[in-house]
Design a protein around this ligand. Structure first.
Ligand code: CUV
Ligand code: SF4
Length: 632
């Protein structure tokens, strides 16, 4: 069915939805052909529920559901007697728990894969980065003398798995934080004890009738978030590096234009690299390459999406088709044989979108099945077999593609990625000193960690790109992960040439080092790399992280994981600006605590500012104040 819009109206709708040039023609197609997308579904949800938006809706027990008048009227208590403060705080902790659990469960799977690899029961994997393995083994006080690589990896894996439910009452990687920051966590009582414990306790605390003190609930939220950032996520990053290699600076390509009309296209979407790394291997299999040619294709083309894409980009240079709001558009190109999904941020309706074309969705995780998908369940012990099977399925599906319906718009944009902390150190000549000197000398005013998703409530990629441009113009270095980094890639900000858009001082630093003014540090779990970088800077200056001229930003966030990330940034001492308001405005007390009170607890707080210029103003003001505090 084709719906006819006059060209001006169509252009206007597309314009309002995205700034991603390669996405625009495909978005227009979805509108004309009635292929439903998140933007359409957001429209269908209007007006969204005001109780939900302000966080005052509670559905925790069967005396409810209850809702509080967000403007202080009646009703002001749920059936159990809970008021707005408690309901809002519990809902927020619920989101945070879910986000911390998602990151950490992903981390656990990577660690289990390393364990099985070390024990020789996984298929196709090896321990790639022995140097990092040794560093981490030393942190865990694991003896390495006379031990084989696999023996050490096994001990590290077991040591980390223990962190999920340990009774030693701290998570090892929290020791990477500067002492002053650790002291704040100890004083406040938010030093995370173990990953699972904080999440489970968080779930306990939101049960009906467990505590009525909103502040006490939110403090535990900070502890849970720290267990994610310095625990589950950091372990996911470090073990992925040990298994698949610590990222090095490399070039690749981004946007829907990375799909190829004459090739078998496989999109790898989701978050966990353990299977997708094997798909990369499988796609190089000579027999499958031949099979692809036999089917009339030039070869096999892999493209990443969201954070699985970021993981593959960082380590293997695999091009990226796009971020969260590109997932349906990638399918609507009609050029995708298979979209492989693991988990998180995958639209549940993705198989409906795929059904408009020949595309097959292949689900691979026992935890994440989707009706209408081909389920090819992945486990470390059958990893290579599964990956080969997936590639073969894609090749066979190529024959069913209707080339007349293929719409691959524009050309991909070049980008630079792979900025792990190790790679940044490498670019600086092995020490942070040049960076510290540049900050102290004012060539770099400060740095911002920009993270998080897309959200159809704001023009796709605009939040990330506009804020990034505004910050670099003010000589503030930007480091990014997740969908934010992909947005910058599409906008050309991840190139050394983008230094032209920076202020003169930052521009000269970037040009001297040959780096972009916006650095791609990886996937969402790799926000832990930002923590490590901040910790190293603080330790070099003998201060707490909260004293550094740093800030966080999540201009287009949507997921519960983003709640956890933003919270561990703040709990680590990093002022963080959100572009999308969190669902807390039904409680003035919760808002005050989050936006101000936390300054006295952890030395940082949140702000909400959707306007990129005003957000940059807030950030710059904060950074200048921190510089003053340091006497620079
Ligand atoms: Ni986590 S950043 S949508 S894919 S959490 Fe998913 Fe990475 Fe947001 Fe983007
Ligand atoms: Fe209502 Fe209280 Fe039950 Fe929530 S926990 S649904 S506020 S009675």
């Amino acid at each position: 069915m084709t719906i006819h819009y006059d060209p001006e109206t169509l252009k206007k709708i597309v314009q309002e939805r995205t700034i991603d040039e390669s996405a625009k023609p495909v978005l227009a197609r979805t509108i004309q052909e009635g292929i439903e997308t998140a933007w359409d579904r957001l429209e269908a949800q209007q007006p969204q529920c005001g109780f939900g938006q302000t966080g005052v809706c509670c559905n925790r027990c069967t005396m409810g559901p209850c809702r509080i008048d967000p403007y202080g009227g009646s009703p002001n208590r749920g059936v159990c007697g809970a008021g707005a403060d408690l309901i809002v705080a519990r809902n927020l902790l619920d989101d945070l728990n879910t986000g911390a659990a998602a990151h950490s469960d992903h981390g656990r799977e990577v660690i289990e894969t390393m364990l099985e690899t070390a024990e020789g029961s996984a298929q196709g994997y090896e321990i790639l980065d022995t140097k990092k393995l040794m560093t981490v083994a030393a942190e865990y006080a694991i003896p390495t003398n006379g031990k084989t690589k696999n023996e050490i990896a096994k001990a590290v894996a077991l040591g980390m798995l223990e962190e999920f439910g340990t009774i030693k009452n701290f998570i090892q990687f929290t020791r990477r934080a500067p002492e002053k920051t650790q002291a704040i966590w100890n004083t406040t009582g938010i030093m995370p004890r173990s990953v699972d414990r904080e999440i489970v306790e968080g779930m306990h605390r939101i049960h009906m009738g467990v505590g009525a003190d909103y502040a006490n609930i939110l403090l535990h939220g900070l502890r849970t978030a720290l267990a994610d950032g310095w625990g589950g996520s950091m372990m996911a990053t470090e073990v992925s590096d040990i298994m698949f290699g610590t990222p090095e600076i490399k070039e690749s390509w981004v946007n829907l234009g990375v799909l190829k009309k004459d090739m078998v296209n496989i999109i790898l979407h989701g978050h966990n690299p353990v299977l997708s790394e094997m798909v990369v291997e499988a796609s190089r299999n000579p027999e499958l390459q031949q099979l692809a040619r036999d089917k009339g294709a030039q070869g096999i083309n892999l493209a990443g999406m969201c954070c699985t894409g970021n993981e593959l980009l960082m380590r293997k240079g695999v091009p990226i088709a796009g971020n969260m709001l590109n997932q349906e558009l990638a399918l609507a190109t009609g050029a995708v044989e298979v979209m492989v999904i693991d988990y998180q941020c995958i639209f549940p309706s993705i198989t409906r979108t795929a059904a408009c074309f020949h595309t097959k969705i292949v689900s691979t995780s026992e935890k994440s099945k989707v009706p209408g998908a081909v389920h090819m369940e992945f486990h470390p012990k059958n990893a290579m077999e599964t990956a080969l099977g997936i590639v073969k399925l894609a090749i066979e599906n190529f024959s069913y593609r209707d080339q007349n319906r293929v719409l691959i718009p524009g050309k991909p944009v070049k980008m630079m990625a792979g900025f792990s902390v190790e790679a940044i150190l490498g670019a600086l000549g092995g020490t942070l000193k040049p960076l510290i000197d540049a900050i102290a000398g004012g060539q770099i005013k400060g740095a911002v960690g920009m993270v998080g998703c897309n959200n159809p409530k704001i023009q796709h990629d605009f939040g990330h790109v506009a804020l990034s441009k505004e910050l670099i113009k003010r000589d503030i270095l930007v480091v990014q992960t997740g969908c934010a980094a992909i947005a910058s890639g599409k906008a050309g900000l991840l190139l050394p040439e983008a230094a032209e858009l920076a202020g003169d001082a930052l521009k000269s630093v970037c040009q001297a080092l040959g780096i972009p003014p916006v650095l791609h540090m990886g996937s969402c779990v790799d926000c832990s790399r930002i923590l490590v970088l901040a910790a190293e800077l603080a330790k070099a200056l003998d201060v707490g992280i909260d004293q550094l001229p740093l800030a966080g930003a999540a201009p287009e966030w949507m997921s519960q994981k983003a709640v956890s990330i933003a919270s561990y940034f703040v709990a680590s001492g990093v002022f963080t600006v959100l572009g999308i308001p969190p669902k807390i405005f039904g409680s003035a007390n919760v808002v005050n605590l989050m936006a101000a009170g936390l300054n006295d607890v952890v030395g940082a707080a949140f702000a909400v500012e959707p306007d990129p210029i005003k957000a940059a103003d807030l950030i710059e003001k904060h950074i200048l104040a921190k510089r003053k505090g340091l006497g620079i």
